[in-house]
Unconditional design. Structure first.
Length: 153
């Protein structure tokens, strides 16, 4: 007799703060010495698990965004909050060539993107996908000053 057992992986964002914090730390340790592309893929995959609400942080209000640990405590994510979390993770793992932009994609949808390595990698667009792009699929509406993110580390 054969028994099929399905294991369910519990989403870390549905766990308590200590579990989220530990998982985020383990992610950073896991990717600290990998190449930029692998780092971007791992970071995007981890943050894409965050369940989204329609609005939490406003793109023009970067001075009031929570620090990384507060972001994990609040555990409320919109596309802006998720992008900010990606930026924190990238910065804490040694990536400094990052940009945060608000853009419109080819279908007219507003998106918040994290650009890494002179926009060679585009994060926070589609689940489990890091685009390697020259941004031809997007129209940039505004650049967000990343120094506010860096100052919270």
């Amino acid at each position: 007799m054969r028994i099929n057992v399905k294991y369910t992986v519990i989403n870390v964002f549905q766990q308590n703060y200590d579990t989220r914090l530990r998982s985020w730390y383990e992610l950073r340790k896991k990717i600290e010495s990998v190449d930029t592309q692998t780092k971007c893929v791992e970071i995007d995959c981890w943050w894409q698990l965050a369940p989204l609400v329609n609005h939490h942080l406003h793109i023009l209000d970067s001075k009031t965004w929570p620090g990384p640990w507060d972001l994990l405590v609040e555990n409320t994510y919109c596309t802006v909050a998720r992008a900010v979390g990606m930026c924190y993770t990238l910065l804490l793992t040694g990536e400094n060539d990052i940009e945060l932009v608000e853009a419109t994609d080819k279908t007219g949808d507003d998106v918040v993107l994290v650009l890494v390595d002179n926009a060679k990698y585009v994060l926070n667009y589609w689940p489990n996908t890091v685009l390697s792009s020259t941004l031809t699929d997007f129209t940039i509406k505004r650049h967000v000053d990343v120094s506010h993110i860096q100052s919270k580390l």
